[in-house]
Design a protein around this ligand. Structure first.
Ligand code: HEM
Length: 579
C-alpha cells in the first residue's frame, strides 16, 4: 500500500495563493498607505493606496507589493516560524532530535546516511539485522536521541513512536485526532482510493470495499490465483535444461510478474489482458514517482511541464481510460440484471450498487451514499498499488530466507506434500491447514516488513505517552524497528525463528498484546491481508512442491527501501526440479 511512507509537508504551501489569502485590491482613497486588518507579522499593518485615475498599472504594482508582503510573511511562517514553534513545543517536553534546517529538513542527512548504508558491503546471508541498512536516518536518530526522537520532513517535525502500546493507540485513532498524510498531486497520479480518504468518505469506501475481501469471496478467487501460480511454475520448468540441470533465476522480477498477474486476474477476471496493461503502466508510474520523492514538498512542482510530470499525466490518463471503459460495461450488465463476475471489480460494483439502493431508502444521506465512477477508478488503481508490490516483496524474501535456512525449507515442503501430495489442485481447506508455511510467512513479514513504516499527522493537539503533540506534527510508526526491537521480542529478535508464531500472532511477542504490525492495525488495518496471505501460501506451496532452491553465488544480501523493502541487487536463486 505504500503504501505511503511519503508524507506531505504539514502546512499549506505559502507562495502560491497569496492573493487568495487576503491580499485583495488596494484601497482607492487618496494618499499612499492606509491601515488595514492584514499585513506581515512584525510589519506595520498598512495597505497601499492608489489615487483615482492612477491607472491599472499602478494598482497592479501596489497589489504586488501588498501581495508580496503577505507571501513573504506566509513563507516565513511556513519555513521558519512554525517549525521553530513546533520544535520548541516538543523539546520543552523532553524530546530530542536533529536540529531544524530551513526547508530541506533532514533530506541532506537522510541522503548521506542512505548513501553510506548502501556503500557498506552486503550483509552476510543469514544476517537479519536489517534496520541500519533499511532505515538509516531513523536508526541514527533513535541511537543518538532515543526511541521517541524528532527528525524533519522538510519544515514538518516528525516524531518516531516505537512503543507498541502507543503505536496501537495511534492506529486505533479513537478520538479521530490522527490523519493519514497525503502527498498531493503525486498521490492522485498513483492512486486515489480508500487509503487516501478520511472521515465519512473513508468510512463509506471501506464499507463498500470490505465485502469484496470477505473469505467466501476470496475462496471464489482461488482458481484465478492458482492459474497465475501454475503459469509461473511452468515458465520456470521451461527455463530448466532438458536434462533437468539446475538453473539460476532472479525471483524478484518473477514475483512481481506473478503478483501483477494475480491482481489483474483477481481484479478484472475476463478483462485480464487489459488488467495486465494497467499493471505495466502502474509499474512505470511507480518508477517515475520514485524520481520525484525529494521534490514533492516544493510547492507547485508537480504542475511544472517537466518530461517526467508530462509522462506521469499521460500514464494516468491511459489507465483511467481503460478502467472507465471496463466499468461502463460492467455497470450496463448490472443494470440489465446480469450476474456480476467473481472478480474484485465485479464485487466492488455490486457492493456499491447495494449501498446506493440502501442509501435511497435512507433519504440519500451523504455518509451512506455510494461511490462515483472516479471513486471506483481510484480504488482499482489502489488495488494494484497496495496489493502487488507488497505481496511480491513478501514472496521474494520468503524464498531468500528459505535458502538461508534450508531446514525450514524442508519442513515447509514436507508439510505441503503431506497436505496436498505431489500434484493436483490446492484448495482453501488445505491452504488453511499449512501451519509451518504460515509461521514462516509471519516471521518473514516481521523481519522484512514490506512497509518499513507508516505515518500519521496530528490534526488537533493530542496527548500520547505523556507528551502533548500540537497539530501539524508527523508521527512515524517504524514498524520494522519495532519488529526488530530486542526489548519487545527478546534477545533473538534479529534471528529467523518461525516457531515464535506457533501459538499465533498475539502470543509471538511474549505478552498478550501483539507487537506485530506488518499489516498496520486499528480501523485502517490492511483490507487485503487475507488475500495477500492466501496468495502467498498458494504461490509458496506450488513452488515448494515443484522445486528445491538455494542461493546463487551472484546473490548479495542488501535489503533496500524503495520505498518498500526489497533486495537491492535482485534475488538470484538456483532452482532444481524435484522428481
Ligand atoms: C504482504 C502484503 C501486504 C502488506 C504487508 C500490506 C500492508 C499494509 C499496511 C501496513 C497497511 C496500513 C497502512 C497505514 O495504516 O497507513 C495497509 C493498508 C491497505 N492495504 Fe495492504 N498490505 C498488503 C497487501 C494488500 C493487498 C493484496 C491489498 C489489496 C488487493 C491491500 C490493500 C490495502 C488497502 C486498500 C489499504 C488501506 C486501508 C485503509 O486505509 O482503510 N493490501 N496494507
Amino acid at each position: 500500500m505504500l503504501p505511503g511512507p511519503l508524507p506531505r509537508v504539514g502546512a499549506r504551501p505559502p507562495f502560491v495563493s497569496a492573493a487568495r489569502a487576503g491580499a485583495g485590491p488596494p484601497s482607492r482613497s487618496s494618499g499612499v498607505w492606509e491601515r488595514s486588518q492584514g499585513g506581515c507579522a512584525g510589519a506595520p499593518k498598512l495597505q497601499p493606496r492608489v489615487k483615482e485615475g492612477e491607472g491599472a498599472f499602478a494598482r497592479f504594482v501596489a497589489m504586488l507589493a501588498h501581495g508580496g508582503c503577505h507571501a513573504a510573511a506566509r513563507a516565513a511562517e511556513w519555513a521558519w516560524l512554525r517549525p521553530r514553534r513546533l520544535g520548541r513545543a516538543l523539546r520543552a517536553q523532553g524530546l530530542r532530535g536533529t536540529a531544524y534546517r530551513p526547508l530541506a529538513g533532514d533530506a541532506p542527512l537522510a541522503d548521506r546516511l542512505s548513501r553510506e548504508a548502501r556503500a557498506r558491503p552486503p550483509l552476510p546471508p543469514g544476517c537479519h539485522a536489517v534496520v541500519p541498512r533499511a532505515m538509516p536516518l531513523f536508526h541514527h536518530a533513535m541511537k543518538e536521541h532515543g526511541k521517541t526522537s524528532i527528525t524533519w520532513f522538510g519544515p514538518t517535525p516528525r516524531v518516531s513512536i516505537s512503543e507498541p502500546e502507543l503505536v496501537r493507540q495511534v492506529l486505533s485513532n479513537k478520538f479521530g485526532h490522527f490523519h493519514k498524510p497525503g502527498f498531493g498531486q503525486l498521490q492522485r497520479l498513483l492512486h486515489y482510493g480508500v487509503s487516501s480518504h478520511e472521515g465519512d468518505k473513508w468510512a463509506r469506501h471501506r464499507r463498500i470495499i470490505n465485502p469484496a475481501f470477505h473469505l467466501d469471496k476470496l475462496k471464489r478467487m482461488l482458481p484465478a490465483l492458482a492459474a497465475s501460480c501454475a503459469d509461473m511454475v511452468s515458465r520456470w520448468e521451461g527455463l530448466l535444461a532438458d536434462d533437468g540441470a539446475p538453473c539460476e533465476v532472479d525471483v524478484w522480477p518473477e514475483m512481481q510478474r506473478l503478483t501483477g498477474d494475480v491482481i489483474s486476474r483477481a481484479a478484472f477476471g475476463s478483462s485480464f489482458l487489459q488488467g495486465r496493461r494497467i499493471f505495466e503502466l502502474q509499474e512505470e508510474q511507480v518508477r517515475l514517482a520514485m524520481l520525484l520523492v525529494n521534490k514533492i514538498h516544493i510547492p507547485g512542482y508537480m504542475m511544472l511541464p517537466t518530461r517526467t510530470n508530462r509522462r506521469m499525466k499521460r500514464i494516468a490518463a491511459e489507465i483511467e481510460g481503460i478502467l472507465r471503459g471496463m466499468i461502463a460495461k460492467r455497470e450496463d450488465a448490472l443494470r440489465e440484471g446480469k450476474a456480476t463476475s467473481d472478480d474484485l471489480l465485479g464485487l466492488l460494483l455490486e457492493s456499491n450498487m447495494e449501498q446506493l439502493i440502501r442509501s435511497r431508502g435512507d433519504g440519500g444521506r451523504a455518509s451512506s451514499g455510494g461511490m462515483s465512477t472516479d471513486d471506483v477508478i481510484g480504488e482499482c488503481k489502489l488495488f494494484y498499488f497496495a496489493g502487488m508490490e507488497t505481496t511480491s516483496v513478501l514472496l521474494t524474501w520468503t524464498m531468500l530466507l528459505l535458502c538461508m535456512h534450508p531446514e525450514w525449507q524442508d519442513r515447509a515442503r514436507d508439510e505441503v506434500l503431506r497436505v496436498f501430495g505431489g500434484a493436483g489442485t490446492l484448495d482453501y481447506d488445505g491452504l488453511s491447514r499449512l501451519k509451518i508455511v504460515t509461521m514462516v510467512l509471519y516471521e518473514v513479514l516481521r523481519l522484512y516488513s514490506p512497509l518499513p513504516a507508516v505515518h500519521r499527522r496530528t490534526y488537533k493537539t493530542m496527548e500520547l505517552g505523556g507528551v502533548r503533540y500540537p497539530a501539524g506534527v508527523l508521527l512515524m510508526l517504524p514498524l520494522l524497528c519495532i519488529h526488530h526491537d530486542k526489548d519487545v521480542w527478546g534477545p533473538d529478535a534479529d534471528e529467523f525463528r518461525p516457531e515464535r508464531f506457533a501459538e499465533g500472532v498475539a502470543r509471538a511477542s511474549g505478552g498478550d498484546a501483539p507487537a506485530f504490525f506488518a499489516f498496520g492495525g486499528g480501523p485502517r488495518t490492511c483490507v487485503g491481508q487475507s488475500f495477500a496471505l492466501l496468495e502467498a501460501k498458494m504461490g509458496l506451496a506450488m513452488i515448494l512442491r515443484s522445486f528445491a532452491f538455494e542461493f546463487s553465488p551472484s546473490y548479495s544480501h542488501a535489503p533496500f527501501p524503495a520505498p518498500l523493502l526489497r533486495p537491492e541487487h535482485g534475488a538470484q536463486v538456483i532452482l532444481t526440479k524435484l522428481p
